[in-house]
Write a protein that binds this ligand. Sequence first.
Ligand code: T1G
Length: 694
Amino acid sequence: MQSSVVRITTQSGIALIEIDNPPVNATSHAVREGLLAAVAQAAGDSAVEAIVIAAAGRTFVAGADIKEQGKPSQPPILPDVCNAIENCPKPVVAAIHGTALGGGFELTLAAHTRIATADARVGLPEVNLGIIPGAGGTQRAPRLCGVPAAIDLVTNGKPLPAPRAQALGLIDRIAKDDLRAEATSYARELIGKPIRRTGALPVPDFDHVAAEQQVAAVEKKARGQISPGKAGRAVLMSAELPIAEGLARERAIYSELVSSDQAAALRHVFFAERQTAKVPGLDDVSPRTVATIGIAGAGTMGSGIAVACLDAGYRVIAVEQNEAAAQAGEKRIASLYDRAIRSKRISEADKAERLSRLTLAVDRAAFAPADLVIEAVFDDLPVKQELFKSLDTIVRPDAVLATNTSYLDPDEIAAVTAHPERVVGMHFFSPAHVMRLLEVVNAARTAPDVLATALAVGKKLRKLSIVSGVCEGFIGNRIYAMYRKQCEYMLEDGALPQDVDAALEAYGLPMGPFAVNDLSGLDIAWARRKRLAPTRDPRERYVAIPDKLCEMGRLGQKTGAGWYRYADGKRTIDADVTALIEAASKEKEISRRQISRAEIQARVLATMVNEGAKILAEGIALRASDIDLVLINGYGYPAWRGGPMFEAGRMGLDKVLSKVEQLAERDGFGWEPAPLLVELARAGKTFAELPAKA
Ligand code: T1G
């Protein structure tokens, strides 16, 4: 039997079943059919005494075919294949290289034993797709690694390195050299021995109360996402039910979730992430080589960027204005590594190795060997222009200059250099060594290979790099500024900060806008409002409450008070702020009214979508899904909602448009519905149907 994606060859009594379905051997319908037939053939073939299942290409099976999810499933389904493997009368060895994820790992759990390369990674990341393992993962894994470890595995969705999986009992051997050869001899060893069927193993004893608390903590942390809790509870079920019943219940939960809105949203996010690297005009453009990165400024952002670059293997030259600042920067970087050591993410040796690639200096001449310089100095135009002008004379002509500005115009920075084509924006998010999002700003004169270089560096930093055009605040901060404005309008209309924050935290955001403002400091936005004041259109509705708070010295947590008061770091509602807000309404003769959570959430979504539609129409973002990813990865928008543009599409753009029209009616200038939104809503279309910007 041969199928286009599953091959079987038998040699000296060992049948090798090889899956070959590029790019990641997903268990598509054809693979499932091919596997089932191959196992049946091997089981029935008297020349076969044992079986090895392996995969061709760069990885073992990276899971079920996500493109098939949400559509009617075609038999055989993956549980059928797993059961056939488990019940095979001949020993089955799974040989794992690259990744064995989701259904791919479940295949191996159904095998009678597992051998993996040392650099392989295994896991059950289904929760990241809004589902739970649906082919035995929640029932077989705990039988090998115990319930607490299995709960971790299925709820955090993170893959495990093979040695760690072996320590947990999920992998039996680590291949020393040739995986296939060692898997074959391992299979030969098992011939004639009793077969160890995972499903027949008992679930090891465990502390039920602790495990229940573990799952309850997962549910709390999920902030509205359903799959993590469901996955944890399914593992608990494995200790209560016989395997067959446990498998059936697991599949039922999986089937319910796979057609849910949350799963559709998370699939959107999965494929959206894979689109970000597809930038029109860069297909055949090679990035410039970058080995040494210069970082101007080793403050909070600069030191975070330095750590991200050192973690990725680059040489780093960080330059500060003076000795004291350089020493403070060095201390900041070292303390970030000490924290990573304390949380066991790296070792002392890792820290030493990374710091050995770091040079701190106070003379900009130190930047001379840099292939790329990223500036993270004070967000002030003359300061950045002066720096870029001097860098022009220090670094090689082919070196790339990147600005980490969050609001200034990269074109104005590039304009003072002799080679504006080598200037690009690389907008990191704080803390830069943690936050995954990187806005790569394609300035007016940025050369294609310079853009490609910034994207390549972003990929090596393991960042989700999203290309943005030039506008005030790029994609994220531009939408966030409108979002904050709308939330401030709601204060004048009748809400209080705690109402707005509670409504948006219930919506799934980690923190509401006023609590975030207190955390990051009210002075940053204040400085920006003051910078924009001379050009602000008098027709625009303006809320002066945050200015008043700043004038009172209430800059947020760092001053002990902002929108809230912070006693011993604890956030408390402040009657003075309530009074200030009520007075502001009175001053504008606005009669305050009850604003429901639903209205708060709807006004916020409408605001984000309307601004997103403007950004799309202006070509600032390449595609709507990029906007979703920026809000999800930079501003805490719940991924299980898919991002504002996706969610609006699910709701129907006509509904969102009518909300935007209400905003325009009440808030007037600057809130007009975006023509693109009107056009799509009238046509009954969604943003996903728009072609990517050419
Ligand atoms: N199904 C379909 N396509 C997939 C896929 C999958 N499972 N995984 C990757 N691709 C595509 C991807 O879209 C891209 O396509 C190309 O492969 C390369 O991927 C019953 C139901 C394996 C770590 O969640 O995490 O099993 O853009 O760019 O960076 O319990 O892909 O080139 O056209 O990401 O090297 C569970 C998902 C499924 C793992 C490789 N599995 N994949 O990363 O390459 S649910 C997962 C990944 C499940 C069962 C349930 C990563 C990777 P294109 P890539 P990479």
